[in-house]
Write a protein that binds this ligand. Structure first.
Ligand SMILES: C[S@@+](CC[C@H](N)C(=O)[O-])C[C@H]1O[C@@H](n2cnc3c(N)ncnc32)[C@H](O)[C@@H]1O
Length: 225
């Protein structure tokens, strides 16, 4: 694979998302998979990003699952997990504007008893709780971010990714599973190696390409042994 092409296409991918999100200066109504959803400014919009939609379309929720959606942004993925049959959904997001967006949509649709949108850094807002399924679309790139919107896409030194894989097992039920999306926009080999180091096996459940060369993969993970 030509690394220069991957780099150029990944840059284009990230620039397009940043431009699209920064383009909005107020709330706007979208239709995602037939659901009316109010998006707020400064909030990552999954419709602009192929990887986000690949995970949304391949959540693997089983009826009655208790689901944690990590890195939930505006909470569309949490809402889809509920629509897919989860009995309870908790979402976690670090920044206020996307978190307020998720809360607004939950309250507006009277779903407060089913979807619990929380504000916090990774698992800081999750108590002593265990889930059947944890979904995650993390920032892909090991880069400095300038501003909150860039933080949706960038994770300097992969500090957040390392912490995610170190801690996620502690929030799973005995046979719990993790579903993620990741891409060549970041370091895919490193992503899978972190999961393995932390005791997980995995299988790829869906894949696509962005442009000619950038792989995008949804994977399911479970604790080894
Ligand atoms: C790629 S976006 C995904 C948003 C949403 N899950 C989706 O697919 O539409 C990543 C999100 O993770 C959030 N985020 C970044 N670092 C975080 C952290 N340490 N804890 C919680 N959320 C974080 C960002 O603000 C952003 O909303």
């Amino acid at each position: 694979m030509n690394k220069e092409i991957i780099k150029a296409e990944s840059n284009e991918f990230q620039d397009a998302i940043l431009r699209s999100v920064n383009h909005h200066k107020g709330p706007y109504l979208v239709d995602i998979l037939g659901i009316d959803y109010w998006m707020f400014e400064e909030s990552f919009d999954p419709a602009y990003a192929k990887p986000a939609m690949l995970l949304i379309n391949n959540q693997g929720v089983e009826k009655g699952d208790e689901v944690l959606v990590q890195f939930s942004g505006p909470g569309v993925d949490a809402r889809i997990a509920y629509e897919n049959g989860a009995s309870r959904v908790v979402s976690a997001e670090r920044f206020e504007m996307p978190w307020m967006c998720s809360r607004y949509n939950t309250l507006r649709n009277n779903l407060e008893g089913s979807i619990d949108n929380r504000l916090g850094d990774l698992f800081d807002c999750v108590d002593d709780e265990r889930f059947d399924l944890i979904l995650a679309n993390p920032p892909f790139r090991n880069m400095i971010s300038e501003g909150k919107v860039e933080s949706a896409l960038r994770d300097e030194g992969y500090v957040t990714l390392k912490r995610f894989w170190k801690e996620v097992g502690g929030y799973l039920k005995e046979c719990g599973r993790v579903r993620t999306v990741f891409s060549d926009v970041g370091d895919m080999d490193y992503f899978y190696s972190l999961a393995k180091e932390n005791g997980f096996d995995f299988r790829i459940v869906a894949k696509e390409k962005y442009a000619s060369s950038v792989r995008v993969e949804v994977a399911e993970f479970w604790r080894r042994g």
